[in-house]
Design a protein around this ligand. Structure first.
Ligand SMILES: Cc1ncc(COP(=O)(O)O)c(C=O)c1O
Length: 433
């Protein structure tokens, strides 16, 4: 930004109003997550607002390019949320353009019940049947032995998240998908920056999704992205995101294909304006350029944010290890290097206290905690009257619903905050010595 007076004012505003203040234990709430930013994000946001382009423009292009470069993936489609991204990813597989590989109502899609609803709801929204497989305790990811036996002749896809940033066993899941000809969708919303065998999660499946809600690795407020290496899928995803239109001109452009007025579509008159030809039953789930501007500034910090998350995770391991007798500590999946979304622990059966007692103690000390999202999603009211199948039993999922919680690892946590969390846990555990 060239306007130096404005520039100075923005920096002053950040320092006076928004810069984090020193932490006071017992007075300030320790959030489990939150946006972390400085004047760079504000400067970009103001720059975008002064352009007043509003819809996807130069900042969206910049942001998508940074994501594409980071993940080393060809196609990035920005959206208005991680949930919209998930909806687009699954809906894309229903496109007629995919011929007999297309998903149809009644088809089965395998997922897990211990997760966030937005991974599962697109399956139901598309008239398909979610099939739930149990998860492992420790990694909180799909039990791959059970995945194999969950596959039926109706199964067409696997749609699962890298739970709280911990990659699922990608090699084995991908092998099951290959053997049975299933699509693999990675919900990478909680794992942007996690690695598996040297590659980033979000680059292994047919399609992957990212969320930029403030709890996630970077934020644009609301926002998300769908990524895929496959041009054909990217074209469908873009179309679904943009009202179902067939034309793929960027906003404000005309006639990119060079055939705007010279094609035949359906029973429309020959040469009907390609800009108003619709070949998918679409939505409008686009991001604004102001959001993208924030995202672009956040991308410059992604690596350092992930490093902080890993450091904070290691600190939690130190904090909890002395009490391992009563807690199952999280385990990174073999071959992975998670950019942990959070620190997840399970109170062991037979512990002299319950998860809920400990969570109450932490929250009273102003330390935020969370459960593993929906617990066992099949027990949630949303499933009243909705068809689904459980493959085997969901014993671990039920155990997690009752005994598991997580604490934040986000980069806004300071050493003092983590020390205070350690002392608060110690005070609770001292009751049971
Ligand atoms: C695994 C997972 N998928 C999808 C979402 C949805 O993302 P959003 O909040 O951006 O809609 C979330 C939650 O934020 C999530 O944790």
């Amino acid at each position: 930004m060239n306007n130096s007076e404005l520039h100075e004012l923005i920096i002053r505003h950040y320092k006076e109003k928004l810069k984090p203040k020193p932490f006071v234990p017992g007075r300030d709430v320790i959030r489990y997550a939150g946006r972390v930013f400085d004047e760079e994000e504000l400067l970009k946001l103001v720059e975008a607002s002064l352009d007043f382009w509003l819809t996807e423009g130069r900042f969206a292009e910049e942001f998508s390019e940074k994501i594409a470069e980071f993940l080393d993936i060809a196609n990035v489609v920005l959206t208005n949320s991680g949930s919209s991204s998930n909806l687009l990813a699954l809906t894309a597989l229903t496109s007629r353009k995919l011929g007999d590989r297309r998903l149809l109502p009644g088809d089965e899609v395998i997922s897990v019940a211990a997760g966030f609803p937005a991974t599962v709801t697109p399956i139901i929204q598309n008239g398909m049947v979610p099939v739930f497989v149990d998860v492992d305790l420790g990694t909180y990811n799909i039990d791959v032995d059970m995945l194999e036996s969950a596959v039926s002749p109706k199964t067409k896809a696997v749609f699962i998240a890298h739970t709280l940033g911990n990659p699922f066993d990608i090699d084995r899941v991908a092998a099951v998908c290959k053997t049975h000809g299933l699509w693999l969708l990675e919900d990478n919303c909680d794992a942007f920056g996690s690695k598996y065998k040297g590659g980033y999660t979000g680059t292994f499946g047919d399609i992957a999704t990212i969320s930029f809600y403030p709890a996630h690795h970077i934020t644009t407020g609301e926002g998300g992205a769908v990524v895929t290496a496959r041009e054909e899928l990217a074209r469908i995803i873009r179309s679904l995101r943009d009202w179902g239109r067939d034309c793929y001109c960027a906003g404000g452009e005309n006639n990119t294909c060079g055939k705007r007025f010279s094609q035949q579509f359906g029973t429309l008159p020959f040469g009907y304006d390609h800009k108003y030809v619709y070949s998918e039953i679409g939505y409008n789930l686009k991001m604004t350029d102001m959001q993208a501007a924030i995202g672009s500034a956040q991308m410059d910090k992604l690596e350092s944010f992930c490093a902080r998350r890993r450091d904070n995770f290691r600190r939690y391991i130190e904090i909890f290890t002395p009490y391992e007798e009563h807690f199952m500590l999280p385990e990174a999946t073999a071959g992975s290097d998670p950019a942990w979304f959070s620190f997840i622990v399970t109170v062991r059966g037979g512990a002299p206290f319950t998860r809920d007692e400990l969570v109450k103690h932490m929250n009273e000390a102003l330390i935020e905690t969370r459960y593993l999202f929906a617990g066992n999603i099949t027990r949630q009211p949303l499933f009243d009257g909705v068809g689904y199948r459980v493959a085997g039993a969901l014993d671990n999922t039920d155990f997690i619903m009752q005994n598991t919680f997580f604490l934040g690892t986000y980069p806004g946590l300071t050493g003092e905050m983590l020390d205070y969390i350690g002392e608060t846990l110690k005070a609770f555990m001292n009751r049971y010595r």
